[in-house]
Design a protein around this ligand. Structure first.
Ligand code: ZN
Length: 186
């Protein structure tokens, strides 16, 4: 499907995304005492829906995390892998259309902080990326709790509502609002 036919972020929304991304990155880096600017310890790229390969696209989720192996030789001391946060603009915009009080910046800050927490935990080997379904659900719950801990004192307008929407995810199990960080390494 051509990008023009999809409901994707406009230029103003991309500015908001960039801002949310910077904040989420620095909050997660602080929480885990890690340096997200160090490409060898923190290889992360973020792609929006129109930039995704067909196999990276999904329906009904806000974001998904993929792990890829780097092509070619790896620098001594470097990592053999990197992570890609895939954002699904259409699902995020649909949620906003359905809940007028929802703030795009607050929602993106939550989604991205959540994904960076996953990356931090995977990259620190606290969690194995290709774990089974059971441990993946447990990991989701832990990551939602950690995301809450990082964001709960932040005064960004609209964040309280987003944290409230995700409260069931912190106790495990809830499927709504969407989340999903399935793994699909190559
Ligand atoms: Zn997740």
């Amino acid at each position: 499907m051509a990008a023009a036919e999809l409901n994707i972020f406009d230029s103003e929304q991309i500015v908001i995304l960039d801002r949310a991304c910077l904040l989420a990155r620095s909050l997660a880096a602080d929480a885990f005492r890690l340096d997200f600017d160090d490409i060898h310890s923190w290889p992360v790229d973020i792609k929006r829906y129109p930039e995704l390969r067909p196999e990276e696209r999904a329906e009904g989720v806000f974001a998904q995390l993929f792990r890829y192996l780097r092509p070619g030789p790896v620098l001594v001391g470097g990592r053999p892998d990197y992570y890609r946060i895939c954002l699904y603009d259409p699902a995020i915009l649909k949620a906003l259309a359905g809940e007028p009080k929802l703030s795009l910046e607050a929602l993106l800050t939550y989604i991205l902080t959540h994904e960076f927490v996953h990356v931090a935990r995977f990259a620190r080997f606290m969690e194995i990326f290709d774990s089974g379904r059971e441990s993946r659900l447990a990991e989701e719950e832990i990551v939602h709790r950690e995301t809450f801990r990082i964001l709960k004192n932040n005064r960004m307008p609209g964040l309280e509502l987003v944290l409230d929407l995700y409260k069931n995810h912190r106790q495990g199990g809830a499927l709504d609002p969407p989340d999903a960080c399935a793994s699909s390494p190559q």
